[in-house]
Design a protein around this ligand. Structure first.
Ligand SMILES: [Zn+2]
Length: 465
């Protein structure tokens, strides 16, 4: 498999530390709000990468953290007159609701920064002891100049980064690019005991600590949104490699931006959507299909129009699933004909093509195209007269290729039957109540959908026209 490594800016053969295992860490949300669709893209991308590794037989340890102590959280807690802990608990619960609704697999572990305070403090102390960090009045800063490779992920040296960054001059720092590992407690802030006094960790050190505590000093993949490349990931590398003297992550993967109506999403532009708002109107598979229809390294433009297109596309795929479910019920157990055997070979070719494009840096856009090509072929080749085995193989393969994308696992037939049954009962009730207009209306509605009703002595039966 090939993975684009942001560190080398090229596609590289994926070689895990331990054969057939993937240890990956993805930066998770700061839990002070519902997550928006830009965050959702990142979560869906890495969920899909994880699922695809699993599809290819890897055992994946997937860590995604919750940042549960941070300036924004303190602000939120103060605004609401509650504690940071309560805010964290509430929005972690809300995160799981939305992530589960999006069919995002639960991480192996979702560590929380506040659960790793001892390890974080030790990490900071090690950096001070090794001469990479210094203390000023209860704050501890990382001295970027001491880490010679600083800037290697952003592909800029320290001078270029300084020129490009908006730096607030801080007298306490030796260099403007130095960053906080530990922040002394301010009035009214939660704080932990440390050798540097009461305080709390900086954001970057949390991820370095949780990644190495849970996965080891060198991990296979570190992922996150592209906006985290600098300074967050650059700083994670500096801290981890300075302390451990080892490569921190062998592959750095970044998912690109999501724009809304070709503009950056922002509350002030009134184009800001939470994942939950979208999920109230659209099935999660529509959102997944939409997000994965672009390569993860390409920006994606979100609009309701484009989402509608994904909805129509998903409907087409489920139509085929429904047809195949029906054909499996009515078709013949006979052995496949020569022509059908050829079709089974063709299915295998589609599968191989899917694997080929997905192995090439998780090209879900091309993977989805392969599924559509295959479904078109299935639609024109399979009908009620086909051998059951061919219909079954087709359905199984659609589901198999949809699984890494988190789509196409639902049964249509069961749902349709439930719905028809419900309408039949409604019609019966209408007749009993002598509401013949309604009863006829329901019968016509079913007829429009290709269902005819027969009144028999043992009750109402239905069949397809
Ligand atoms: Zn992080």
């Amino acid at each position: 498999m090939k993975v684009f490594n942001s560190l080398t800016r090229q596609k590289e053969e994926f070689i895990p530390i331990t054969p057939n295992e993937v240890k990956m860490y993805v930066c998770g949300p700061t839990v002070y709000n519902f997550f928006h669709i830009g965050n959702a893209r990142t979560f869906l991308v890495f969920d899909t990468i994880r699922r695809y590794f699993e599809y290819r037989g890897y055992k994946v340890t997937f860590i995604q953290n919750f940042t549960d102590i941070d300036d924004k959280m303190i602000k939120r807690a103060n605004e609401e007159g509650t504690t940071v802990k309560e805010i964290a608990q509430r929005y972690i619960a809300e995160y799981y609701k939305d992530a589960d609704a999006l069919n995002i697999k639960r991480a192996t572990v979702n560590p929380r920064a506040t659960e790793f305070m001892d390890e974080i403090i030790k990490f900071v102390k090690d950096l001070v002891d090794k001469g990479y960090a210094y203390e000023v009045n209860g704050d501890v800063y990382f001295e970027t100049k001491k880490f010679k490779e600083y800037g290697k992920l952003s592909h800029q040296n320290l001078e270029e980064l300084e020129a490009g960054a908006r730096i607030d001059v801080d007298e306490r720092k030796k260099d403007p690019m130095d960053f906080a590992l530990w922040k002394a407690q301010k009035e009214g802030e939660p704080a932990w005991e440390s050798p540097f006094g009461l305080g709390r960790p900086g954001w970057h050190i949390e991820c370095s600590t949780m990644a190495s505590s849970l996965l080891g000093e060198t991990i296979d993949i570190h992922g996150g949104g592209v906006d985290l490349t600098f300074p967050h990931h650059e700083n994670e590398i500096a801290q981890s490699e300075a302390r451990n003297g080892k490569t921190f992550a062998r592959y750095w993967m970044h998912s690109a931006f999501l724009n809304v109506n070709n503009q950056k999403m922002s509350k002030s532009l009134n184009n800001f959507f939470t994942a939950r708002e979208i999920l109230q109107k659209y099935d999660s598979e529509v959102l997944r299909l939409f997000m994965l229809s672009a390569h993860y390294r390409n920006p994606i433009n979100f609009s309701i129009e484009l989402l509608e297109q994904s909805k129509a596309a998903l409907d087409r795929l489920y139509n085929t699933i429904g047809n195949l479910e029906h054909i499996i019920e009515v078709s013949n157990e006979r052995e496949p004909s020569e022509e059908e055997k050829e079709f089974l070979n063709k299915l295998l070719e589609y599968k191989n093509r899917y694997i080929e494009v997905m192995d090439d840096d998780f090209n879900t856009a091309d993977g989805i195209s392969v599924i559509f090509d295959m479904v078109r072929d299935i639609n024109s080749s399979i009908n009620e007269n086909s051998a059951k085995k061919v219909a079954e193989s087709s359905l199984n393969l659609i589901r198999e290729l949809g699984e890494p994308l988190g789509i196409l696992q639902k049964s249509v037939r069961g749902n349709i039957e439930d719905e028809i049954q419900r309408l039949i009962e409604e019609r019966q009730a209408a007749r009993k109540a002598k509401n013949y207009a309604l009863a006829d209306k329901i019968r016509d509605e079913l007829k429009d959908r290709g269902i005819v009703l027969e009144d028999t002595p043992s009750g109402v039966r239905w069949k397809r026209i």
